[in-house]
Ligand binder design. Structure first.
Ligand code: NAD
Ligand code: LMR
Length: 359
């Protein structure tokens, strides 16, 4: 009798409490540090692996003193069919630089790899101006992910989350690199566009005096200027035409507000870390069996495939294997139709540019 209860508990633990290794590439940067801090708060992250070309061991040492708990199987045994490769909770944060095959060690066995590596904008730059520097950084990191995180001898199932700009192009770059290595799974590659939705709900809540954390606004398209398309007509709030135009502009160019205010020292880091952690945590919840986890993200999508658009951001249901369902756009106002029409050509160029870079 007792044995069968223990066995049942062991089974439910195995399905619900998954141990998760999250690797952050670019972890010592403006986004990487607060993002790693927020991920350290997730008790399902058993191993936080931080990699950067500078200062990663310091960031890891700092994080490792935080006394948040990492959930282990409470029965003391590894989940059925798995073994823990981490000897102790105190070793659950590791820091890696490029020396001594650090990138390989950082990536091995990762369940989630988040990439905020790359330079940020200065005032008067577009995100596309970052392409010349960030495209090769992202391509090289994607090559390492293909070799060290996705080959069968390691964990073939890592989810890859791209923060580095220009997201509209860096996601296609990663897809092309993973295809070249035969390890591309479109359900597991995500451009992180959560910040657009977080901004949208915040700006609307400011205007309507509501709780921003409960104010749901759908934002679709891509992650730059006119490719960011808020669907305000689908919100439970009503807006005047002027409010819609002003809000749409602010959501599309919210990143510029921060870049201008930071006056040459970078772009959004803290709000982006919040957004990146929200998305990674959602993925971890979905992987451990939580039902109906819906998040906005830029993924390989059928929504505008007939117009030659391979990647598109929309609400997506997440499950243990990544993308489960891509939501359609729903009913659009004529103004939103015109925003989509303006977004499509730029998105197409951005995607093409990323794909050509790898080819
Ligand atoms: P940052 O300069 O503060 O940090 C970037 C980090 O990347 C640095 O620590 C740097 O050493 C590291 N790095 C550079 N090359 C690397 C490599 N080959 N391998 C590993 N690490 C490497 O910049 P930030 O403010 O953190 O921004 C990072 C990127 O995120 C930028 O491209 C920015 O535009 C983008 N961003 C995206 C969003 C979004 O919504 N998706 C929001 C904000 C910023
Ligand atoms: C943002 O939206 O804040 C980021 O994409 C950074 C930027 O360059 O604006």
């Amino acid at each position: 009798m007792f044995t069968s209860i223990v066995a049942k508990r062991a089974f439910s633990t195995a399905t619900k409490q998954k141990s998760t290794k999250v690797t952050v590439l670019g972890a010592a940067g403006g986004i990487g540090q607060p993002l790693s801090l927020l991920l350290k708060r997730n008790s399902q992250v058993n191993h936080l692996s931080v990699y950067d070309i500078v200062n990663a061991p310091g960031v890891a040492a700092d994080l490792s003193h935080i006394n948040t708990n990492a959930v282990r199987n409470p029965l003391g045994a590894p989940p059925m069919g798995e073994s823990f490769d981490l000897p102790a909770r105190s070793l659950s944060v590791t820091g890696h630089g490029p020396e001594n095959n650090g990138l390989e060690t950082a990536l091995e066995g990762s369940d989630i790899v988040v990439i905020p590596a790359g330079i940020p904008r200065k005032p008067d730059m577009t995100r596309d101006d970052l392409f010349s520097t960030n495209a090769s950084i992202v391509r090289d990191l994607a090559t390492a992910i293909a070799k060290y995180a996705l080959q069968l001898k390691h964990s073939p199932k890592a989810h890859v989350l791209i923060i580095s700009n220009p997201v509209n192009s860096t996601v296609p770059i990663v897809a092309e690199v993973l295809k070249l290595h035969g390890v591309f799974d479109p359900k597991r590659l995500f451009g992180v566009t959560s910040l657009d939705v977080i901004r949208a709900s915040r700006f609307v809540s400011e205007l309507k005096d509501t709780d921003g954390s409960k104010t749901k606004i759908t934002v679709v398209g891509g992650h730059s200027g006119v490719t960011i398309v808020p669907l305000l007509s689908q919100s439970s709030h009503s807006f005047t035409e002027d409010e819609i135009k002003a809000l749409t502009h602010r959501i599309q160019f919210g990143g510029d507000e921060v870049v201008k205010a930071k006056n040459g020292t970078g772009s959004a880091t803290l709000s982006m870390a919040f957004a990146g952690a929200k998305f990674a945590n959602a993925l971890i919840s979905a992987a451990s069996g939580k039902k109906t986890v819906t998040e906005p993200t830029y993924v390989q999508s059928p929504l505008f495939a007939d117009e030659g658009i391979e990647f598109f951001a929309s609400n997506v249901d997440l499950g243990p294997n990544g993308v489960e369902k891509i939501h359609g756009l729903g009913e659009l106002s004529p103004y939103e139709e015109s925003l989509i029409a303006a977004a499509i050509p730029e998105l197409r160029d951005n995607i093409e540019k990323g794909k050509k870079f790898v080819a």
